[in-house]
Design a protein. Structure first.
Length: 255
């Protein structure tokens, strides 16, 4: 039996690091297209044939995920303060993203539009924030939490490279909800705002996905160690599989 070996990557040049980040992001994009966009859930959502109860079940689980992933992001600053004080220029885009998530349009931030869209779908705050997730839908939440608590710093930044792919899917959500399910653009604003935030510069700030790429590139230039079983590609592409499983789990639970 082959033995897993820890792989050390010495510091790369900025050009080499940026190229690797581009390659990882492409692999995430391809994986997302393969496992997320092909699900019955997404196909029926786009076509307008997905039952509303399935949308509600997904959104209920998704709303539980959102506070966790946002808190994971802020944890990075405390847990890996050494990285930010060594890379002062990264503190500006990092902080702008925190302000976006927790301060726009007003504190506590995007939670306002998360709940507003949920209300338009017929969900209560308790259903979205305090009801246990489906056991088969919580893997994405626990994967990110595990990397934050037990993993190495670059593993976390690899694991959020799916932001842009998610942002593009949000546009499909927004169009479906406003075209087929009777929501107004304002009621579906959670998905519109995340399409904007994750795929384009907005409010004078960089797109969220660009911040993650910058942080990861800088770490690669400093040098990283890949643990057995947690290669950079694995950490980057696994969230696509787990997001797809959340879709599939909620689809199964309502069919």
């Amino acid at each position: 039996m082959a033995t897993a070996v820890t792989q050390a990557r010495t510091g790369m040049s900025a050009k080499e690091a940026d190229a690797l980040v581009v390659d990882l992001t492409k692999k995430v994009y391809d994986r997302w297209a393969q496992v997320v966009e092909t699900t019955p859930f997404m196909k029926e959502l786009v076509a307008g044939t997905l039952p509303k109860k399935t949308i509600q079940e997904f959104y209920r689980n998704w709303a539980s995920f959102v506070p966790t992933i946002n808190s994971c992001y802020t944890t990075q600053f405390y847990k890996h303060l050494w990285f930010f004080v060594s890379n002062i220029d990264l503190m500006k885009p990092y902080t702008e993203k925190v302000l976006d998530e927790f301060g726009h349009p007003e504190p506590p931030g995007h939670i306002h539009i998360l709940l507003s869209t949920g209300h338009a779908l017929g969900l209560t705050n308790e259903q979205m924030l305090q009801t246990p997730m489906l056991s088969s839908a919580r893997a994405l939440t626990d994967f990110h939490r595990t990397l934050v608590n037990d993993g190495l710093i670059h593993e976390y930044w690899c694991s959020v490279l799916w932001e842009r792919s998610f942002g593009e899917t949000c546009l499909k959500w927004f169009k479906a909800l406003t075209t087929h399910y009777g929501l107004t653009p304002l009621q579906a604003d959670y998905f519109n705002k995340h399409h904007e935030a994750d795929t384009m510069d907005h409010l004078g700030r960089e797109e969220h996905s660009a911040v993650s790429k910058k942080a990861l590139s800088r770490l690669l230039q400093m040098g990283v160690i890949e643990r057995p079983g947690y290669s950079m590609e694995y950490c980057a592409t696994t969230p696509a599989d787990l997001y797809a499983e959340m879709l599939n789990a909620t689809y199964r639970a309502t069919h």
